[in-house]
Structure formats: C-alpha cells, structure tokens
Ligand binder design. Structure first.
Ligand SMILES: [Zn+2]
Length: 331
C-alpha cells in the first residue's frame, strides 16, 4: 500500500527529496527500490544525511485517518494492535506522514522483545497470546503505516536481525513459544557505516534480502558549502573565500591516506559555526583567518583518527596544524 502511494508521489514530483542537497544517485536508488516495495539499507559514513533522507520519505507520505489515541497508527479498517482489534468503534484523527517516522538506534543491548513485542505467558493462557492483556507491542508497531528507520542495524545481535528479517519477509515471527502474525505495514530503511570496524558486519543472509544504497560525503566543495550554510548557525559574516578554505580543508582530510577516521560534514559545520563565535567574542562581525586557526583543534582533533603507524609518531592536534599550514603554503 505504501509503495503504491509513493509511486503516485514520485510520478508527480521529479525532485522528491528536497531536504537533501546533491546525492542524486542515492536518491535515484532509493526511489527505485521503494517503488517495488523492497527493503533498503543505506550504507555510508556518519553525518551525510541518512536520517534526513529517511525523514523526507515519511514527509512525502499522504495524511491518513488513524484511530485516536492509538500509538500504533492503526487505521479502523486494518487495526494491528490488540486494543484496536478488540474495540470495533473508533474515533479517528488525521495524521501526517512525518509523524509516522520511527527511529530505532541499533545496539547490542536491543532485544527481540523491545523490537517486536512481549507476551506474558500466564495471561496468554487465560486471554490468548495477542490479547490486550498478554501482549505488549514492540517498537516496530509504532512505525505502522510509516517509515521504520533502523540506524546502525549492524550493531544489533544477529538473533534480532534475523527476527526483523522474518517479519519483513514473511509477516510473522516467534515470540517466546508463540508464532505471531505481523500485519504491520511499513517502509523499512536500515543503515550501516562501512567504516565502523568496531562492530560486526551484517550477515550475508541478511544482506541478500536487502538492496544496499551507497551514500558518500557531498560530491563537491560547492554542494558541501551549500549544506554548511543551510544547516549551520549564522551569527557573523563569513566570506566565500574563508568558507571555501574550511570546507576544502575538511575534504582534504577525507582523502588523507594517513587517517583511518575521517571528518564528516558536521566537522565543516563545526568550523563554520565556531569561527563565527570566535570572531564575535573578539568584538568583530566578520570571520578572519585567525578565527579558523584558533578553533581547528577543538573542532577537528576528535573527529579524525590517525592510522596506528602515524599515531606513534605524532598527535592528531599537531597533525592538523601541520596539514593546515601546508594547505596555506600551497595556495
Ligand atoms: Zn491500535
């Protein structure tokens, strides 16, 4: 049902994902996957707008009439939660797409019960496993008729990944000793960070069931400058030349082979905002070169990590100062 709604929306608007600048190939890939109701994993480093993009999809969804007071967005025609299933008289309210966006943060502590729901075995005997008394719906139900954004799916235990997959593929799962039918209607968008070496990779079985959309840092300096200006706070004036310098420097660091952790767009925004603060604190209304230099270490040193072979010889702070100096000399 959701894919049908999106088909109409994509057909009407050529540029549907207006909240994200650039990223044309990712946008195209997502549209194409959504039209055939496929499950998506967006793979890419942090801070490139994965959440914004997923929220944008929810925003595009048309308003629907849902049961008033139900946190699972049941429609009177297709109730999914025990409470709406048991009561057949419903007052409804209108709900926008963006309010049907649910974000789940993947972590090793997340349990199948948190995600899918829990059944009280004693009450299940008396009232039935999916009764209002016995069944507590999990987080996934909150995304009913909307978008389930599962951030860093690869951080979850494999058991949970498999349960998730079964729900998406077969519309049923096992909770405790009960087989439960899931008629939840949702768009699933998971993410993973390919540079995150501290966590498990997603299993091949799981990956085989998803389409992976690759997203990367903004494609060029101009796009990144536009993002910085759109997202960053503006309290002093920044010349185009200095903004270019900040963004260019961050982009150089991303290409630097000595770094194993690279700075995201948040680093560019950080330089932009903090250099303005410094200017203001010094009683100026415009950012000068020295302001950038002064905030360099504070904004960037924890956002990069040198490869072990380099780390022994030099600190991130010194490395940053040196590279910045090099850039200036080369201009
Ligand atoms: Zn309900």
């Amino acid at each position: 049902m959701l894919s049908k709604q999106l088909r109409e929306i994509f057909a009407k608007n050529k540029d549907s994902f207006t909240d994200i600048l650039g990223q044309e190939s990712a946008k195209q890939g997502i549209k194409s996957a959504l039209l055939t109701n496929r499950h998506i994993i967006i793979s890419g480093p942090p801070g490139i707008g994965k959440t914004t993009l997923a929220k944008n999809i929810a925003k595009l969804l048309p308003d629907i009439e849902v049961v008033d007071g139900c946190s699972y967005h049941c429609t009177p025609e297709e109730p999914v939660c025990p409470s709406c299933k048991q009561n057949d008289r419903h007052k409804t309210i209108k709900l926008e797409g963006i309010r049907r966006f649910v974000r789940i943060q993947g972590s090793p502590d997340l349990t199948v019960e948190d995600l899918l729901g829990d059944i009280d075995p004693i009450k299940a005997l008396k009232f039935g496993p999916l009764s209002l008394e016995a069944f507590t719906p999990g987080k996934i139900f909150k995304a009913n008729n909307g978008v389930l954004f599962f951030d860093e799916l690869n951080r979850c235990p494999e058991k949970l990944q498999n349960a998730m997959l079964q729900v998406l593929e077969e519309g049923k799962t096992t909770i405790g000793s009960y087989d439960v039918d899931f008629d939840v209607n949702l768009i699933f968008i998971g993410t993973m960070n390919p540079e995150d070496s501290s966590t498990e990779k997603l299993s091949d079985v799981l990956l085989d069931r998803f389409d992976v959309i690759y997203m990367d840092y903004p494609e060029d300096t101009d796009t990144e400058k536009k993002i910085v200006m759109a997202k960053g706070n503006k309290i002093a004036s920044v010349s185009d030349e200095l903004l270019t310098l900040m963004v260019h420097f961050v982009r150089l660091l991303r290409q630097d082979e000595k770094l194993e952790k690279k700075p995201s767009v948040r680093a560019s925004i950080g330089l932009y905002e903090r250099s303005q603060s410094n200017a203001l604190l010094k009683g100026r209304k415009n950012v000068q070169f020295q302001d950038i230099k002064d905030v360099l270490v504070s904004v960037l040193s924890h956002r990069i990590r040198l490869k072990p072979s380099v780390r022994y010889l030099e600190s991130a702070e010194n490395y940053l100062k040196e590279q910045f100096q090099k850039l200036l000399c080369s201009r």
